[in-house]
Design a protein around this ligand. Structure first.
Ligand SMILES: [Zn+2]
Length: 282
């Protein structure tokens, strides 16, 4: 079977790879900083499609909330994209196109496939990076909600974030305490510079990280109680960092299994986009 051009459009990086039907990454087309606007993003995707020898399927795992045609409806972290389309105009009609939320893609990637358990089990994913997203596969079906915006876990309210103002304008969201963007702001780092929180002195980073881990553990426990999932998964660049261990040790889910690291690591969104591209899930 042919491969999918899988694109992971995150808040910081745009990544593309050609991926086969068994999650096999055949070639990594490239990784570039996320373009500042949608037209440049669409051009970068068109370039990746050319570089991948024009595959018949294109699937995008996107951090912003988009419609099925690839138009960005809402992206608080990058408002310049809103109202614009990231699907290259030349590709419309030439490719079998799928677009889905990047955390939903990570949930598809973490779920079992091709076994009797596929249609029975539930997988819940937290993707922690520049922002915080969530995804769930319930009984083998991706939970999308009415508009494709289900599982916006970054904006559920948690006690550890009380009083903190979120990018969405509300107060007390998980994302205001634990997203990469919020951590940068609290530590006085600009969004433009490369930044490794774990390279900072412990006296500076630990109070901020402690609150982030508390907020995440509270949200994870809430989702564990709501879904009673077979697996509770943490992914995303920040989620796969040592922050994972801080969350896991604070997790109290009423005896439910603790969170695990995403089995596909940094490739979670690419693998999930591919599975959506092959329509491995209804
Ligand atoms: Zn919010």
């Amino acid at each position: 079977m042919s491969a999918v051009l899988a694109v992971d459009l995150g808040g910081t990086w745009l990544r593309a790879a050609l991926v086969g039907p068994n999650d096999d990454i055949r070639s990594r087309i490239g990784t570039i900083p996320t373009p500042s606007g949608a037209p440049d993003c669409a051009r970068a995707i068109a370039d990746a499609w050319e570089a991948a020898a024009r595959p018949a399927r294109l699937a995008i795992a996107a951090a912003p909330h988009c419609d099925a045609a690839g138009r960005v409806i809402r992206w608080p972290n990058r408002p310049a994209y809103e109202g614009e389309t990231i699907l290259p105009p030349d590709l419309a009609g030439q490719v079998d196109f799928r677009i889905l939320d990047d955390a939903a893609a990570a949930a598809l990637a973490a779920h079992t496939v091709g076994t009797p358990d596929t249609a029975r089990e539930t997988t819940v994913v937290f993707a922690i990076g520049t922002g915080i997203g969530g995804g769930a596969v319930v009984g083998g079906r991706l939970l999308t909600g009415r508009s494709g915006a289900a599982m916006a876990v970054g904006h559920i309210k948690v006690p550890a974030a009380s009083g903190l103002v979120c990018a969405c304008g509300e107060i007390g969201c998980l994302q205001a305490a634990a997203s990469g963007r919020a951590l940068r702001r609290m530590l006085g780092q600009s969004d433009a510079d490369a930044f490794d929180i774990f390279a900072l002195p412990a006296s500076i980073r630990d109070p901020v990280l402690d609150r982030a881990a508390d907020a995440l553990a509270e949200a994870l426990a809430t989702l564990a109680r709501l879904f009673d999932p077979h697996r509770l998964v943490i992914g995303g660049g920040l989620g796969l960092s040592p922050l994972f261990d801080l969350c896991a040790e604070r997790f109290t889910g009423g005896g439910r299994p603790p969170p695990i690291r995403h089995p596909h690591g940094a490739d979670a969104a690419l693998i999930g986009a591919t599975r959506a591209g092959f329509r491995a899930f209804a």
